[in-house]
Design a protein around this ligand. Structure first.
Ligand code: GLA
Length: 581
């Protein structure tokens, strides 16, 4: 590739005009137009300096669909409550923990429950609610926790133990020493739940500090019957069917009604959120069952099979994510004898290369034999670049056991094996985040250039986890033009737009940015600057987004917690009701 043009002439001109206009306060006509169209003038001015080249064309877009907002009616029914004011409770100690009703501390009334004698972080207080919690129903929990001795802050989690084998988040929050703290959150009980306990514990921190005694008080679990109506929605997959497939990431636990219905109406591609990652597929018991598997890692697909079934029933294609990644891959995979010891020596480069080949072979053979034609693309390698680690070529080294054991060659080897074992129609991708950052972009381009020269790569995956005001569309555009120059497929693989504000103004600001982004994608695709073939959202609705942190929800996606379309949905289909300046 030649010298990389970051700024085109037109782009500079438009930005200069915007900056001058905003410095001068804009001409009267411009101000009038802004008044008419914009409910949020501050947002608009701030964004005006970031208008990418294609916007004048986008303003002439024909109206597509009028924006409709859905309706939500919520009926709440208290299904369980415990204030610890009576002499008996059905809340029990979990593991070694003991629970005692006492009156030294309480949030309300005159008593609460103390959890004591913990010897592991999962020890806590638990209630068997198998008879109360119903599959497919939505529940909200509220409970207060407090601790008197230990670190300044500690994270408390309330979880649902499903079938004594899975641990699902219900609510989390960070508590301060000596202060009663509210845990609140909600959950839909997943299909296949045959027993369910709700329990409280502290999160992993090490050094035994998590084994602190703590108090619990005022537990309330409410069933929420929600009648939500989206009205008639256009389908994203239909709107874009001549252009690119539209995908969503989902985990098995998110495949419940009414999510299933919305996914099948709107999307024609699905990326398993976790279930095709190495830590989900690698089968420790099978790997260590016989020395002959030392170079041949064994895999188990039981977690991902329900997603394949769902996709098959609904004619949804699947993006395979991910064969090789430094994260969500257990250390024992790299260790001699698959040892789980924290300090176990790592294997030689040669042995790791064999494990890599066999892992890829086993994963591809299983999926191709059992679900032929369903996976259309694989992220072969994810996030191998991290220029701040200071390695030549910009490789991620500090937290990558792949790099530490095999050096930079692991990337090319992974693609070589993927090419060798993948069915010919499956497209092989390199996937990464912050792809508009110039240092990362240059390193990715170098890596892709080498792979392309050897015919090993078909596409570049741009994760596109962005926020409501960063990075600029100009940076996104110029980087996509760079990646587009390879002539490979471009997929937006993990799109979301983090935002902690859920006011109407914030929703409109987000929608405007989503509309610009999709206008940009369309423009780049139409003009041949980037051959975009798929756009995938990293999650269906805000409530299950990975961006929501304990006590700090985020609102990055197109649907809210009731699966009702946000303005962002209308933005993505370029509705004229979403202002675009
Ligand atoms: C990265 C990974 C994804 C997912 C997201 C956050 O982008 O590629 O698999 O883990 O982080 O959830």
């Amino acid at each position: 590739m030649g010298m990389r043009k970051i700024w085109s002439k037109e782009l500079i001109l438009i930005v200069l005009i915007s900056i001058i206009a905003s410095m001068l306060g804009g001409c009267d006509r411009a101000q009038e137009q802004q008044k008419e169209a914009a409910p949020t003038p501050t947002v608009m001015l701030e964004e005006a300096t970031r208008v990418p080249t294609q916007v004048p064309e986008a303003i002439e877009e024909k109206p597509v669909y009028p924006m409709q907002l859905g309706t939500v009616e919520i009926h709440q029914e208290l299904v369980y409550s415990e204030d610890f004011e009576n002499s008996q409770t059905d809340v029990l100690g979990r593991g070694a923990a003991k629970v005692i009703l006492q009156s030294n501390q309480f949030y309300e009334g005159t008593s609460s429950l103390i959890v004591t004698g913990r010897t592991a972080i999962w020890n806590g207080a638990t209630i068997d609610l198998t008879k109360t919690l119903v599959v497919g129903e939505s529940y909200q929990v509220e409970a207060y926790v407090m601790y008197e001795n230990g670190p300044d802050t500690i994270q408390f989690d309330c979880k649902v133990e499903k079938n004594s084998s899975e641990y699902l988040n219900f609510a989390s929050n960070i508590a301060k020493l000596g202060e009663w703290t509210l845990l609140t959150g909600s959950i839909i009980i997943p299909e296949g739940t045959t027993s369910a306990s709700v329990y409280f514990e502290t999160t992993i921190g090490g050094n035994g500090i998590d084994f602190i005694d703590f108090y619990v008080d005022e537990i309330k679990i409410t069933k929420e019957d929600v009648t939500a109506s989206r009205g008639e929605l256009p389908s994203l997959k239909r709107v874009y069917e001549d252009r690119y497939s539209i995908g969503v990431a989902a985990t098995v636990n998110e495949i419940t009604e009414p999510r299933k219905q919305l996914i099948s109406e709107q999307f024609n591609s699905l990326t398993p959120g976790n279930e095709l990652k190495p830590d989900s597929l690698l089968d420790y018991a099978a790997c260590t069952s016989d020395a002959k598997f030392n170079d041949n890692p064994q895999v188990n697909f039981s977690r991902v099979d329900p997603l394949f079934q769902f996709c098959k029933e609904n004619q949804i294609a699947m993006r395979g994510h991910v064969l090789v990644w430094h994260s969500q891959t257990p250390r024992w995979f790299f260790a001699e004898g698959y040892s789980m010891e924290a300090q176990a020596p790592l294997v030689s480069k040669d042995l790791m290369q064999k494990r890599l080949e066999n892992y890829i072979k086993n994963v591809l053979e299983y999926t191709q034999n059992n679900y032929p034609g369903m996976i259309y693309a694989w992220d072969v390698v994810n996030e191998a670049i991290n220029p701040s680690d200071g390695e030549e070529g910009g490789y991620r080294s500090k937290d990558s056991l792949w790099y530490q054991v095999m050096g930079p060659e692991f990337v090319e080897k992974a693609f070589e094996y993927a090419r060798k074992y993948a069915a010919p129609e499956i497209k092989l991708f390199y996937n990464d985040y912050n792809t508009e950052d110039s240092a990362r972009m240059l390193a990715i381009c170098d890596l892709v250039e080498g792979l392309k020269a050897k015919g090993l790569i078909d596409g570049i995956g741009l994760q596109t986890h962005i926020s409501s005001d960063h990075p600029s569309l100009i940076d996104i555009e110029s980087s996509m033009r760079e990646y587009g120059e390879f002539g490979l497929e471009i997929q937006i693989t993990e799109l979301d737009m983090g935002m902690v504000d859920n006011t109407e103004e914030a929703y409109m600001h987000q929608a405007t940015r989503y509309k610009r982004l999709f206008t940009l994608f369309k423009h780049l695709d139409d003009t041949g600057a980037a051959n975009i073939t798929n756009i995938t959202f990293w999650g269906l609705s805000d409530d299950i987004s990975w961006l929501s942190k304990p006590g700090v929800p985020s609102y990055p996606l197109l649907f809210d917690q009731y699966l009702i379309q946000k303005p962002a949905f209308w933005a993505v289909i370029l509705s004229e009701d979403i202002p675009l300046y």
